[in-house]
Design a protein around this ligand. Structure first.
Ligand code: NAP
Ligand code: G4F
Length: 323
């Protein structure tokens, strides 16, 4: 039996990797695509899968479009990856972020509840919900304390998923994923901002890199590894919530050092601290405990931070050289 999957956020980093994984597993994949004035499918082209998907027009803010997408796709599995996902922008667009990242989840859960209750549902929850951390290593039982409108909206999305699971018996799971990166990462996120800048500096196209709080620490993994965990969650008999992380935390400063050293440069010669990139409230440190995902799903991260940064930087060097 061929399974149908519907992915929201299919044009994003995780959506592209997940679509590729599901196609490789023999799924028919539909992607929800919000109307934009310019092309957003470059990641799907990069992975060579653009023509293998069915595209459904829709926006998480628009409940009727979400209902139509669920009815049309007849999904066995829905992966809700669509979001305004940049923490920094969530202070500038708190209402959009709340509607899309928070209420948008209810739009999908309602459509599933009413029109397709057998459908299994994955919610893209986030380590940003831990925010001002309440335990040194965060796991599924660590209390939440979000520090941004993004974190607050995602917390709503997380709890409404738990609630629909408990209220209506939906097979609804949340992955509490820690930061994950790749060559397909948006340029506004710090890892990609750094690898892009290092490539430009190495090739003589830029001289300095302006950053904010480089003492912040993150638990960074590879997006290609993390989408496997999303799929595994929906293959379990019982829905549940899982932390997905590497269990290692590193400062932005150290991540810069790794990137600059890869091309024989010293980050201290190029990085400038710029108050413009500091946030109104910071998440100083995140460090996940992926023990439950390892035990129950048999999942573990395969890519070290060093090889991840090298992979991203090599891709940026090739791209910038062609510009
Ligand atoms: P991303 O690259 O920013 O992709 C976000 C996707 O959401 C894009 O396809 C975007 O479409 C779509 N989208 C935005 N607004 C929408 C709307 N109103 N209606 C429908 N779709 C909309 O994010 P990502 O890194 O792949 O992350 C995937 C999900 O995981 C997000 O929910 C994110 O919050 C969550 N998450 C990410 C991480 C991480 O480290 N990457 C960690 C934890 C959780 P356009 O292409 O048209 O903009
Ligand atoms: O790369 P970032 O923008 O990612 P952030 O804020 O951790 O959010 C990402 O991970 C979350 C999971 O925890 C996801 F839910 C979310 O969707 C997104 O994918 O920033 C990482 C750290 C922050 O502490 C930030 O203050 O890097 C620090 N930083 C320092 N200078 C910078 C910069 N971040 C950015 N984007 N740009 C800077 O110049």
């Amino acid at each position: 039996m061929i399974k149908n999957a519907l992915i929201t956020g299919v044009t994003g980093q995780d959506g592209a990797y997940l679509a590729k994984l599901l196609l490789e597993k023999g799924y028919r994949v539909s992607g929800l695509v919000a109307r934009r004035s310019s092309d957003t499918r470059w990641r799907l082209r990069e992975l060579g899968i653009e023509s293998e998907l069915t595209y459904l027009d829709g926006d998480l803010a628009d409940a009727s479009s979400i209902q139509r997408a669920v009815i049309k796709a007849k999904p066995d599995e829905v992966y809700n990856l669509g979001a305004q996902s940049f923490v920094g922008s969530s202070w500038d667009q708190p209402i959009t972020t709340g509607i899309v990242d928070g209420l948008g989840v209810t739009h999908l859960l309602e459509a599933i509840r009413q029109f397709s209750p057998h459908t299994r549902f994955y919610q893209a929850s986030t380590s940003e919900m831990f925010g001002l951390i309440q335990a040194e290593r965060q796991d599924e039982n660590t209390p939440f304390y979000p520090r941004s409108p993004y974190g607050v909206a995602k917390l709503y999305g997380h709890w409404i998923t738990v609630n629909y699971r408990e209220s209506f018996g939906l097979h609804a799971s949340s992955g509490i994923l820690f930061n994950h990166e790749s060559p397909l990462r948006g340029i506004e996120f710090v890892t990609r901002k750094v690898t892009d800048a290092v490539a430009r500096i190495k090739l003589g196209k830029q001289r300095e890199l302006r950053l904010g709080n480089i003492d912040a620490k993150r638990d960074w993994g590879f997006a290609g590894d993390y989408v496997e965990a999303m799929w595994l969650m929906l293959q379990q008999q019982k829905p549940d919530d899982y932390v997905v992380a590497t269990g290692v935390t590193t400062t932005v400063r150290e991540m810069c050092r790794i990137a600059f050293e890869h091309v024989e440069l010293n980050y201290q010669d190029h990085v400038i601290i710029d108050p413009a990139f500091f946030r109104p409230a910071e998440v100083d440190v995140l460090l996940g405990n992926p023990g439950k995902a390892e035990r129950v799903l048999g999942w573990s991260p395969k890519t070290s931070l060093e090889s991840l940064i090298h992979m991203m930087l090599d891709a940026d060097l090739r791209r910038v050289a062609k510009e």
